[in-house]
Design a protein around this ligand. Structure first.
Ligand SMILES: Nc1nc2c(ncn2[C@@H]2O[C@H](COP(=O)(O)OP(=O)(O)OP(=O)(O)O)[C@@H](O)[C@H]2O)c(=O)[nH]1
Ligand SMILES: [Mg+2]
Ligand SMILES: [Zn+2]
Length: 295
């Protein structure tokens, strides 16, 4: 059997998987489990031809983000992530429902989460500031940046240092622009992936992992890879609202849905202003949107 080598999955391409091994990038195939390999995975692979490899084994993961796919199943988005940086911006618009969704998923997977408000060079809005106060009170770090003006980037870079991070967020908020601003030789690497795999274009539809100059990795993900509520149960969603956690045990019934249920401590706390009413209302909205299979 061919020698097994360790590698890091840096991109999922249509034709295979780009695996980095000692500064080289090899296009790899997998026999059966192509769709289960994720960016950020550490793998064992072997050479199957002079310039191509085959992934033999996925090494144990410390975390795995998934998104919904067909038939109520899930597909991996990225593996071994320490922190998700949820990027949002006044343009196209601030989608706090989506933001809560990302935060709830991270909370359940014990992946850290932070917020990145991009496009601060554009005129900002007071109503957004009001919402942001809620997240600050919950302990979520907030970075205010502009990829365009390269402002706030030093603080963000310090936060990214020494860990594996992913930029998530809806299409058009500036994840790739931020990645470009943070990683000066990003295009070089993208071109290397394309050259190595001989397939011309490296599409922006795939999540890609980049090494940071100061140590640590950054994954730029496409807005399309919204991981939804994949795999979250109704209880998981409630737990994902971290301000609910200490209240849930005080609900009168242990199967409380935190809706109109009698003696619901979460609803009472929202009504009394002890927790944010807008976050509570978004929880109700997400709960409604939940696929029946997960309820
Ligand atoms: N004014 C302003 N525009 C920005 C800033 N950052 C990015 N943009 C613009 O926003 C648009 C989208 O930027 P992208 O970096 O492609 O957004 P993305 O989040 O990677 O989008 P997807 O890859 O589709 O998920 C582009 O036209 C950028 O020029 C910023 O800080 N300020
Ligand atoms: Mg992008
Ligand atoms: Zn309740």
């Amino acid at each position: 059997m061919a020698e097994l080598l360790e590698g890091l999955v840096i991109a999922h391409l249509g034709q295979g998987i780009a695996v980095e091994h000692k500064d080289k990038i090899i296009l790899c195939q997998t026999l059966r489990r192509l769709e289960t390999v994720a960016v950020g995975d550490k793998v064992l692979w072997s050479l199957s031809s002079p310039d191509q490899g085959r992934i033999e084994k996925i090494l144990p993961r410390r975390s795995l983000l998934t998104r919904p796919s067909r038939n109520g199943k899930t597909r991996p988005v990225a593996a071994n992530i320490d922190t998700v940086f949820v990027v949002f911006a006044i343009e196209p618009h601030c989608d706090f429902l989506l933001l809560d969704q990302y935060l709830a998923v991270c909370e359940n997977l014990t992946i850290s989460a932070a917020l990145v408000l991009n496009k601060t060079d554009l005129p900002q809005s007071d109503s957004i500031e009001k919402e942001l106060l809620d997240y600050k009170n919950l302990g979520y770090p907030l970075y205010r940046v502009s990829a365009k003006k390269a402002s706030g980037l030093d603080e963000l870079k310090r936060a990214l240092k020494g860990q594996v991070s992913m930029l998530a967020g809806q299409s058009g908020v500036g994840k790739s622009s931020l990645t470009n601003a943070i990683i000066p030789d990003k295009d070089l690497k993208t071109n290397t992936i394309s050259a190595t795999t001989k397939h011309g274009r490296h599409t922006t539809t795939a999540a890609t992992l980049y090494h940071l100059n100061d140590g640590g990795d950054l994954i730029d993900s496409p807005g399309l890879a919204i991981f939804g509520l994949a795999g979250l149960s109704e209880n998981g969603l409630a737990y994902g609202y971290r301000e609910f956690q200490s209240l849930i045990d005080n609900c009168q019934f242990n199967n409380c849905r935190h809706l109109h249920d009698k003696g619901c401590a979460v609803r009472v706390a929202a009504e009394n202003g002890e927790i944010s009413m807008t976050r509570y209302q978004r929880f109700l909205k997400l709960r409604e949107k939940m696929p029946a299979a997960f309820v």
